[in-house]
Design a protein around this ligand. Sequence first.
Ligand SMILES: Nc1ncnc2c1ncn2[C@@H]1O[C@H](COP(=O)(O)OP(=O)(O)O)[C@@H](O)[C@H]1O
Ligand SMILES: [Mg+2]
Length: 316
Amino acid sequence: MIQAKKLTKIYKNGFKAVDNLNLTIEEGDIYGFLGPNGAGKTTTIRMLTGLLNPSEGEVIINGMKVRENNLEIKKVIGVLPESHGYYDWMTAYEYLIYFYKLFDSKNSNAHQHVTYLLDKVGLSKRSHTLIGQFSRGMKQRLGLAKTLINQPKVVFLDEPTLGLDPTGQRDIHELIKELNRSMNITVFITSHLLKDIEVLCNKVAIVKNGKLIEEDTILNLQQKHSPKEIIHIRTSKDEKAKMIIEKMNLAENVKITEEGIRIILQKDALSDQIKQEIVQSLFLEKLDIYEITKYKTTVEDIFLKLVTDSNEKVVK
Ligand SMILES: Nc1ncnc2c1ncn2[C@@H]1O[C@H](COP(=O)(O)OP(=O)(O)O)[C@@H](O)[C@H]1O
Ligand SMILES: [Mg+2]
């Protein structure tokens, strides 16, 4: 288990990049740390892994304080940094052997272990190709293999899908799920992309300006923030349409937005039936309907709402 208590980082120039974070990552979690650029994700991951000392607060991994047990901690964790250099002149196999020897100087099982890892990340057939010839996606796979070189129980991945095309992103998602499932590895992953978190994680923390805005399971977040259906409608007279819809008393909230009228339905409302009733009422009032769509809120809506909401509540 990983625990961050009141984790804070104030850089030398006085900038507070991480502000009083309390996080709990359970064994077996794929834990998503989600926030826009500059939110403090990299700073946090560097403190969690002992690469950067916190200004205040502490991190505990498997009962050990990271600050006081740096060497011990390094043995049980793997880290994939946000940007990392590869040795383009080495083959994937040579690269992993090199790091294996750094980790285990006796290197008794180097060949066996590296071959296993190359297979795990799907690079077996390319193990003797120069890294310089790898695509970005292949480099990320190799990066993941390197992260696993010391057989860690926990891996920290800083934006592992950054710069990958959709196929590359999906490959990395599948790989992370597989590592979590078959090798029982706990995963802490940062991203500014919703999709990463939505498809991968069982738990998510949302950060903005270094502060924790939410920490919960994806399921709870969805339920808490909006299990409701939303209807969007554009008409010839939005103001009038809004009044008509409000009088019908079937929505929780009716608001005019840039994309037309946004109608948030009550929980468990029969959206198809309501849509029909709205269309009929507007038609009777001789309003033209240009467009009507309905959708269910997604994690993306929650995320956007949370990170753009200026008066959000900060979780203590
Ligand atoms: N060494 C540093 N000194 C001062 N400010 C920094 C330093 N490193 C990062 N920052 C600032 O801290 C904030 C958080 O950065 P970072 O942790 O890299 O965010 P993220 O990874 O979420 O994009 C940013 O505003 C960044 O400019
Ligand atoms: Mg970052």
